[in-house]
Write a protein that binds this ligand. Sequence first.
Ligand SMILES: O=C(O)CCC(=O)C(=O)O
Length: 261
Amino acid sequence: MARWRRDVAYGARVLTSAQTIARGAELAIVPSAVPLATCSLWLAAVDVAYRRIEVAPCSDFVPESSSFRLRAVDALSVVDVWSALSSHVRECCVDVLGPCLAIDADQCWVRRQYAPDSAPPRHRPHTWHQDGALGFEFARSGDAAIPDDALLRVVTCWIALEPCGVDAPGLELVIDRVGRMLSPRQLADCAVEQRWPTSRRTQPALETGDALVFSGDVLHRTHVSPAMTQTRTSIELRCFRADAIPDRITRDEFVAVPSNI
Ligand SMILES: O=C(O)CCC(=O)C(=O)O
């Protein structure tokens, strides 16, 4: 299994223990993308929101993934999170999408993933998926081939608010370019494991404030193992081209953000 630590540089060829990967801005680990002090303020605000939601669940909360939309956190907006990101993260987004960016506020999430022994009863880790499949109605498309243009042009900025990937759940990502949207059958664990063996996947070990930035085609899931003992909290933003919002998600709330803060 390829393991990235903090030696991975944005925009460069990505060096792992096993290989060198060239995916540039489409799949990057950005160390120290958010200052530690900012992460601890965000984590405190997120903890307050989790406590509130336990008492009074709201429509922004999804118990199956212990996640809620960023808008459920008081005094922490999409623009606040975007503005705190290092220029490397913003450059990755611009490299993939161009300078005119909008963030989908309906798809900005706070997520909490647990060690297997401490997960709440309804909680499940995320299985293999591509963020570019957002809003695609797999059930309606049945056995029909997935159209070539079904994959959305989106970049996810996934920010670790706590160390993860070793003692706490992180993400596992396929490092090869996939380029198109996969069907539910192709996303099954056994299908992914057969097509992308462990040498083509990575489980990065991240420190607080590190970010993963990746395009909509990147196949990923929660990485959780029986040996883990800690909980992880993360925040994610989803960026699109402001001048080309895909039809599937036009009803979402978008926030235009400057690319050159
Ligand atoms: O945070 C996680 O464990 C998974 C989140 C994820 O894959 C996603 O939101 O697309």
